[in-house]
Design a protein around this ligand. Structure first.
Ligand code: PMP
Length: 389
């Protein structure tokens, strides 16, 4: 089969960074007892009430083709939510429902890039970013956010990379670093975007999980609404990863074009999952806080467990479900540390290098196991690092 270059080069040819995860899963299948701190998925399942709403909707007939832009009630609910959070007037014409945030990312890049156009993204990065850019024929270009600057991108680094680029992808609260971009950082990003006429794609799927500071959407900054796409999702905020409900928000003229893409690709998202998402949003902020609470609690447990030692430095985890541990004092790379930790202590963590070289010498911890084993694992990792250092 004579396949396209675009599809055969999506991964960029490198390792996808999941070697350690695969090794850990293999050890589990062979009967080893492994503590997994690898995957960014809640340790609880979707709430029964949401599943009941899904069931009721399906029995009630929401099983045919749903409206391609998404059902109006859900688009309105998302618009109201974003308007309330950002102060930017938003209507259903600014909102398209997609199969999770991932499909919204794809749609945003398809809208922003032509073949060969450059898109900037911040290193360290969530695994699918460069592949999503390549999957629309774009050229991904990483901009380093230094560990020693709290993994925050700077005006200088962005400005130096931006000449000729068409788009810039940001993600706050951030996976994998837990960084939350404050107003200063967002203003620097906005200044670069305006100077170089970039479309900004703002991945805000962790917007309800902020443990320090506040979530600010770059869309609310002056001059940004007309050049920003916001990616959102029910996956993280409502523990609905498998339901595949997300959205893309942007200027209405842009959305009318993106709608043509959705018509010619997914042809809509299942009506019963959209109804379930609508019900879930109706549970309000108290429910979102409940979903986020375990991560906030475990973050505090980890901070306490890492007090009074200096083999591991915890980079400020301000949001999301992850911690980045700086293990450079052990003299090992993130890859070697993670491998040794897996083999010797049966704890699986993600090497920082799998999220880009800016996270070298770090490991990412997903706070996605119950509190007691989580705390024990952090203490074990600290003792392991102290031994090496
Ligand atoms: N963006 C980020 C930063 C993520 O971590 C994830 C999922 N891990 C996604 C987007 C995609 O999530 P979904 O498609 O489930 O909404």
């Amino acid at each position: 089969m004579r396949l396209s270059n675009t599809i055969t080069t999506i991964t960029g040819g490198g390792s996808d960074g999941w070697d350690l995860f695969i090794k850990a899963r293999k050890m589990i299948s062979e009967g080893h007892d492994i503590t997994e701190l690898t995957i960014g998925e809640h340790d609880i399942k979707t709430d029964t009430r949401i599943l009941e709403a899904m069931h009721t909707a399906a029995l009630g007939g929401a099983t045919g083709y749903a409206m391609v832009p998404g059902i109006d009630d859900l688009r309105n609910a998302v618009a109201t939510r974003l308007a309330a959070r950002t102060g930017v007037p938003t209507t259903l014409d600014n909102v398209l429902i997609t199969a999770g945030g991932q499909a919204a990312l794809f749609a945003a890049f398809r809208a922003a890039l032509d073949e060969g156009d450059t898109a900037l993204y911040i290193n360290p990065y969530y695994a699918t970013y460069p592949g999503t850019i390549r999957s629309v024929g774009g050229v991904p270009k990483a901009v380093t956010a230094e560990a020693d600057n709290g993994f925050l991108p700077t005006f200088e680094a962005l400005d130096a990379a931006a000449a000729g680029a068409k788009a810039l992808l940001i993600n706050s609260p951030n996976n994998p670093t837990g960084a939350v971009y404050g107003r200063d950082t967002l203003e620097a990003i906005a200044a670069v975007a305006i100077k170089h006429d970039l479309i900004v794609i703002s991945d805000e799927v962790y917007d309800t999980q902020v443990w320090e500071g506040e979530h600010i959407s770059i869309r609310s900054l002056e001059g940004m609404n007309e050049r920003t796409f916001v990616v959102g999702s029910m996956s993280k905020s409502h523990a609905m990863t498998g339901s595949r409900v997300g959205w893309l928000v942007g200027p209405d003229e842009a959305m009318s074009h993106v709608l043509n893409l959705l018509t010619n690709t997914n042809y809509g998202v299942a009506g019963f999952t959209q109804r379930a998402a609508l019900f879930a949003l109706g549970l309000g902020e108290a429910f979102e806080d409940e979903i986020g609470a375990p991560f906030q609690r475990r973050r505090a447990l980890a901070q306490k467990a890492l007090e009074g030692q200096n083999a591991i430095r915890l980079s400020q985890p301000s949001g999301a479900m992850y911690l980045m541990l700086d293990i450079r004092a052990t003299g090992l790379s993130g890859d070697d540390f993670a491998d040794k930790l897996l083999m010797e202590r049966h704890i699986a963590v993600m090497p920082g290098e799998s999220f880009g070289d800016a996270a070298a010498g770090h490991v990412r911890i997903a706070m996605t196991i119950p509190d007691a084993p989580f705390e024990a694992a952090i203490k074990e990792i600290a003792a392991f690092a102290a031994n090496l250092a």
